[in-house]
Ligand binder design. Sequence first.
Ligand code: 9MR
Length: 459
Amino acid sequence: MKHRRVLRAAVTVAVTGALAAGMTMALTTSASAGTTLRASAAEKGRYFGAAVATGKLSTSAYVTVLNREFNSVVAENEMKWDATEPQQGQFRYTGGDRLVSHAQANGMSVRGHALLWHQQEPGWAQSMSGSALRSAMINHVTQVATHFRGKIHSWDVVNEAFADGGSGGRRDSNLQRTGNDWIEAAFRAARAADPGAKLCYNDYNTDGINAKSTGIYNMVRDFKSRGVPIDCVGFQSHLGTSLAGDYQANLQRFADLGVDVQITELDVMTGGNQANIYGAVTRACMNVSRCTGITVWGVRDCDSWRGSDNALLFDCNGNKKAAYTNVLNALNAGPAIPTDPPTDPPTDPPTDPPTDPPTDPPAVGCSASVSLNSWTGGFVASVKVTAGSAGTSGWNVGFTLPSGASVTNTWSATASGSTGTVRFANVNYNGRLGAGQVTEFGFQGTGSASGVTPTCTAS
Ligand code: 9MR
């Protein structure tokens, strides 16, 4: 089976050494330790997600664990090309829409997986090539990203396009044979279709600094230097019985390119090291300020594609395993994403020190800042909410939009109004912030929002 081949390859590159290093890290006591993965991750400005097979959303034992522990979901299969465009030009969104509804009803964000992948191509696309395939593939990206616009936190735009082994080059596929620029063409199409989604490249066997991860690193660096829209890199992390000693360093080198990093499909072979590896991966993410979230590839052991590996955080009865405890402790012990996350590396070396010293978070209440990505006729606003010294149990951010501007989509907040004075209230998973903690929401609109300034009210 294809996916077994992927797994074998995934575990062979692992090298030992990280665990001892990880376990000697000093654990600090968190001020307010969360008691679920989702609460603990949210307290640190991150998400904790699971891959979901939508068929299981009617199994109450499954849903109980999913809703209690996770604030992000990804479709294990239902948003892939074969599921969403089974016949050319005929789109089917039933499974994906069901997952999005479940997420929205339960305060979860959604990762989109995956717009283009050489596996799970529908039969009609498998038999295509050249310019016909290139235009079919771009149309697929455009249609699917447009359908889900405003509802997806991050899209895996391209999945698994690099070869295993030492070449550091691209994998052969009919997509690759349409021309080496197929990946950037896909990212540009995805950005145009859903400017509010973070756009990720996602792959496996990238769990440390190796030829494959370096090939991807070079692509991301090239994309950033040429302005190809890429926001994040997903590290699947289908792991064996050991973890590379440079797992965290690898995440950090990507973050230093100016992209977010995410652990996207974490599962770990059972055995003596499973719980330790889960803890070490979580600590690595927490130690990288641009590591914005972790997704495990299933909920209970029996839900996993890895079958008898028992690779997940809950046993088949939904009981928490030792690995769960290690992950929860690592989330609680880790630092929050800093108030001012690092921006892209500056092109010029810094000159004079800033004129204004950095300000402390507001004494009480909250503050908000906005960054706009505008084009003729539209914009996406990304808003950062920072809690004051008293923390928040909820927040509300107001804008007065210029005439002609109108909000069309909102994520990670609930909007009231769409023109003139518009207010955005927290959703149930991001209202509670500790002192100085930051959360983000966004909205998309038509017209121009240039010059808007937010006001923040805490409750
Ligand atoms: O978990 C998915 C399984 O149900 C499918 O049969 C398989 C098909 O190839 O894909 C699995 O998910 C894969 C993911 O989409 C990409 N990375 C590897 C995952 C495990 O094979």
